[in-house]
Write a protein that binds this ligand. Sequence first.
Ligand SMILES: [Zn+2]
Length: 464
Amino acid sequence: MTVRTLYAQHVVLGEGETLRVGPATLGLESGKIVSVTEGPREGAVDDDLGSLLVAPAFINAHTHLAMVGFRGLVGNASLRGNVVEDLFFRLESKMSAQDVRAFSRLGALESLRHGVARVWDHYYFAESIAAGFCDVGLRAVVAPTLQDLGGPGVAQLDAQLEATETLTAARWSERGIHAALGPHATDTVSAALWKRICAVAGRLDLPVHAHVAQSVEEYERISERHDASPMQWLEHLGVLAQAPHLLAVHAIFVTSRDLLRLDPRRHTLGYCPLSQLQFCFPAHVPSWQEAGIPWIVGTDCAMSNDAMNVQRELVHVAGIRGFGPTSSAAFAQFRREPSLDAARRVDAERTAALDALGVLAEPATLLASVWSAPGRMHPAFTAGVIAAGAEADLLVLDPKHPCLWPGTDLLRALAYCDTSSALHGLMIGGAWRIGLGQVDAWLQRDEHREATAEAEARLEALAG
Ligand SMILES: [Zn+2]
């Protein structure tokens, strides 16, 4: 393979505190970035993208894309109870492998349209999920959902465990599909199954991706059965120490002591802001940040969060700063007995929150949760960063588009704007999945229309 070179005046380089935008020439070979040379172009290159903005493509690190078929089904009444058990489990028990493949194609198309090149998906009929993603070219870490104590996956347990191993085969990794172990949650998986999962994860060097402490029912069950918090129980079972990497998503009923059980080198927490806002109980990200535990942002499913666009989520992470002042005792006092002093006390709350939680509003913090943090959770690849050795997943945006104009601070725009209408091209694993300037033509492809028609027919049959 020969090295192909690509130059642009605006390339997002570095990560964390070194995140910056500048001119650079990238060397691409066998689907990876093999060199990054900063500075103006010297000599000829294969692709000169001029003033276009080149950034790492986004990673949606917690989702269930096949659930796009159920978009719009969750209303306030169903959110009052345990929607996962009362509604999702019932619908999911009716879906077939073919339904899952058809719906996951649509979820994958939506993801690509929003500049997402990779997802961490967790679902039933995992091989159909992977096949649906491959149909449209989305890359993924697929965790076949494993459960033996409750939920629609109980009957599929052996097949899903087998699928986990199958998904590690070269025929999948060649198409950008990798596996993770997917225990559903602490209350739907027995101690014996958790131990089996850890053994497989250790043997195959795979991460474990699970929902942990996501509902009061889960907390109640673990507390009654084991006299422990969900995270404490995972520690007791040896999961925290043995899993090569654990992605624990939602982590709502997590205590200060639970955070001390976690190791930033092998544990990552997952936050899905819009999903949790709908459930009316966002997780406590400031304490995660303070404890130094890495965290990622995902969209969760379309049923509880109506778009697979990670940028919409980031804005809500930045908004965490505002939760405190509005619900503070000082503001309650001001509303009861308004006075200039009371107003000043509220403003003191506001400025304190602004200072204490400013890091959550920094573009580098926000973007790390959909770039470098999830891009380093799987031992098989590095993504979410433009650096030698990383996957060549490149998002190309037009900085002259009205939604980015005048492009004064492009990192801020990437974190705070919805740049999907400025999408100009998307490279995944070194190949243009959406060609430069071809977004509309790509969307109108016959195969995409056919995919939509099939999904619609299947949804109609399911609704019947
Ligand atoms: Zn989920």
